[in-house]
Each structure stands twice: as C-alpha cells, then as structure tokens.
Write a protein that binds this ligand. Structure first.
Ligand code: ADP
Ligand code: 5GP
Length: 208
C-alpha cells in the first residue's frame, strides 16, 4: 500500500480555508481532516475535539516539548500546532490528510513532508478579506485588525515560501473546482504510484 497524500491549505485567516473543507471532504472519500491544538479560546460555535483541541499553554508546551507536534507556530498571540500521531497514522494507512495551517507551520511541514502538496488560498482582495473577517464576527474589532495586519505581513513574505499552488477563493465553487483538480492531478503523478506499478499493470494486461 502506498502512503496517502498530505494536502496543506495555507493562507491568511479569513481566506476561507475552513469554508472550503466540507466540499473537499465530500469530494474525496479517502480524505481525512486532522484537527489542530490551540491555546486560543473557543469561538461560540466551536467545541473541543471538533474544531480544535483547546489546550492551556502549559498543556501545549508539554506536548510540544515531548515531540508530540509535527509543527507549531505562534499566531497573533496564541499557539497552534498539529498533533503528530493522527497525521502519521492516517498517511501510513494510505489515507489522504487535509491540514489547514498558517504560513510558518506550512513551511515546517514542507520541510518534513516535501512530497506533500502545499496550496496557498488567497482572498480576491484585502478589502474582501477585511469584510470576511468582520462578517465572520468571531473576534473583537481590535483582534480583527490584528489578523488583517498579520495577513498583510504574510502576503509580503509569500515569495520566501515554497507553495506548489495558489488558489483565489472568490466564488467558492470555482475555488473548490481548482483544489479538487489539484488533488486529482497530484494523484496522477508518476512519482506517487505504488512501487512496481508498471509490472503489476503488465501482469494484469497479460491475464486478460
Ligand atoms: P479561514 O478558515 O481561512 O480562517 P473561514 O473559512 O473561516 O476562513 O472564512 C472566513 C469568512 O469568509 C467566513 O465567514 C466565510 O463564510 C466567508 N467566506 C469563505 N469563503 C467565501 C467565499 N468564497 N465567498 C464569500 N465568503 C466566503
Ligand atoms: P483561527 O484562530 O482563525 O482558527 O486560526 C488562525 C490561523 O492559524 C489560521 O490561518 C489557521 O489556518 C491557522 N492554524 C490552524 N491550526 C493550525 C496549526 O495546527 N498550526 C499552524 N501553524 N497554524 C494553524
């Protein structure tokens, strides 16, 4: 069995990564989303174990220092990280894994999983990003401003990162089409075929 495909969606908070998620999970039955751990407080519609693992800073640092995270980053004052075990286990079982990460974390994952596919999701404009962050209505105006400032800084540093693809999330269905197309194409790469796939193909052909 060959290892599953790691798909990392990255990009500024409010670009729409979480909104794209259900459409991707529905399109690919072999794709699993792995939740992150964070020290930020839950939003009103978020529950522990569903949206995030909501940990104290002490819990987070303990797991991180014991090597239990694949990557971690500080984002506007809170810590975010990816628990190692579920991701490694799912990939080893041949499942595809979907992750949503800000840029520093995506960069660390790119080092650890160069064979993964790294997609940068952009809003159509900074003005629209501002509308989306405000429209989500999950942070105070001061916190919304911090996220917007962070987004601008992230966009400026984009050339320093090595994403494979960029997708503008203007119309949701168009962005979904593009990401679905990327995942299908990545699975067709010769380099991702199981070892010995040509021999297996020839044997199958002889038998028919
Ligand atoms: P992220 O996960 O990247 O932080 P979200 O998925 O929470 O972003 O999206 C931020 C806000 O933008 C949400 O209120 C969501 O409904 C809205 N949104 C996402 N994608 C679109 C889109 N294509 N068109 C309009 N609004 C969108
Ligand atoms: P939010 O607070 O809006 O849920 O997330 C803030 C940012 O952190 C978003 O860009 C989100 O995708 C990203 N993020 C979520 N989980 C993780 C994680 O485990 N690691 C890293 N590096 N970023 C994460």
């Amino acid at each position: 069995m060959s290892e599953g495909l790691l798909v990392v969606l990255s990009g500024p908070s409010g670009a729409g990564k979480g909104t794209l998620r259900p459409g991707l999970l529905a399109a690919f039955p072999n794709l699993r989303f792995c939740i992150s751990a964070t020290t930020r407080p839950p939003r009103r519609n978020e529950t522990h174990g569903q949206s995030y693992l909501f940990w104290t800073r002490q819990q987070f640092e303990r797991v991180r220092d014991a090597g239990g995270l694949l990557e971690w980053a500080e984002y506007v004052g809170n810590l975010y990280g990816t628990p190692r075990e579920p991701v490694e286990q799912l990939l080893a079982e041949g499942r595809d894994v979907l992750l949503e990460k800000e840029m520093q974390g995506a960069g660390q994952l790119k080092e650890a999983f160069p064979q993964g596919v790294f997609i940068f999701v952009l809003p159509p404009s900074v003005a629209e990003l501002k509308r989306r962050i405000a429209g989500r209505d999950t942070e105070s105006p001061a916190e919304q401003l911090r996220r917007l400032q962070k987004a601008t800084a992230e966009l400026e540093s984009l050339p320093d990162y090595h994403y494979d693809y960029v997708v503008v999330n203007d119309r949701l269905e168009d962005a979904l089409d593009r990401i679905r197309a990327i995942i299908v194409a990545e699975h067709c790469r010769i380099s991702r075929q199981a070892p010995g796939w040509v021999d297996a193909f020839c044997r199958r052909s002889e038998a028919t």
